[in-house]
Design a protein around this ligand. Sequence first.
Ligand code: DSN
Length: 431
Amino acid sequence: MSHLISQDPEIHAAIEREVHRQNYGLELIASENFVSRSVMQAQGSVFTNKYAEGLPGRRYYGGCEFTDVAEDLARSRAKELFQCDWVNVQPHSGASANAAVYLSCLKPGDTFLGLDLAHGGHLTHGSPVNFSGIWFQATYYGVNEDGRIDMDRVRDKAKSINPKLISIGASAYSRDFDYEAFRAIADEIGALLWMDMAHPAGLIAAGLLNDPLPHAHIVTTTTHKTLRGPRGGMVLIGNDFENPFGKVAPKSGRVRNMSELLDSAVFPGMQGGPLVHVIAAKAVAFKEALQPEFVEYARQVQKNAAVMAQSFLSRGYDVVSGGTDNHLVLVDLRSKNITGRDAERALQAAHITVNKNMVPFDDKSPFVTSGIRLGTAAVTTRGFEEADIEEVVMLIDRVLNAPTNESTQHKVKNEVYALCENHPLYDFVIA
Ligand code: DSN
């Protein structure tokens, strides 16, 4: 970083401090992970200089011959990873990928059905403060008292509402989804089915969770959570099909495939130039995810989450749904008399990073919340195994039992430091 240190010491210092924070803190935010240096190198490459509107072989700018190589590799690797017919790797984020789905499938005012944000859903699945809830008629299904989605209730809701689109996917739901049952409901009412697999994508790629690609009409994801790539999104179709809206190609009059509508929705519908450096980094990450080591990694993520849930339960915490199938654990703190906000703050003081999160049927606001959400993807990347996870939960428990005790936070911080030293992350020194 010799250029940066001399040209912009303030940004260099912020990066240096962030490297230290990542190296010596426990990263338990369920949506985060640590990319390889290869991914970082591709993302930090000269591809950042390139404009490349369009798709490989069909660009609006010259000089895209090497961009095409990178994007074709990203696309073919993603298709191999998820065994699907089609993918667009250009969305800048999961939210952009989701916006492309809305643009392709709905008109303003149309009705869709998604998982309630307060029950684990996502802002872009119809929250009233997001475009998806502002421009469309968003309706919701939720979880039962046991914290699980009840497919009979989803079916009843879908039949009474008759949405054009049903979305699956969540940011705080620790159980697997029954895609076949969702598809049967969608078929019964003539709706399109969309799965946002942003959180569990890595576990799905590794074959450890049910596969949405054969069942959902459209799948979106981010690339940076359990999939462990650069920050970004993509849209996929398992089995491509003629769009059901009768949209035809301008000259031939041929009915366009759904994939064509989605390509157009990403660009020029939603975005300008793709981020070629990020697409190159996505290609690197997909190559990594195709290796047997990634399956082992994903398996350990899932084992660690199961151990984490069990450790919380055995220490007397309520875990929403009683456990987890994926990488994520949602802890309901109401029986512990501490809010999610206070828990997040106390843990942060001990260098343990989690996020406050609503739990189903929460009586507190999203700024306060009754729960915390934790994930094992990032710590597993740095080599944490089951015994380490038990220690992590023990440390969390110590902090939460005395949330205002600075001396406890200080002692736990030192133990966190030691745990991190045993599992080095990025061993490079920023000079
Ligand atoms: N912000 C992400 C998460 O934390 O789940 C979702 O977009």
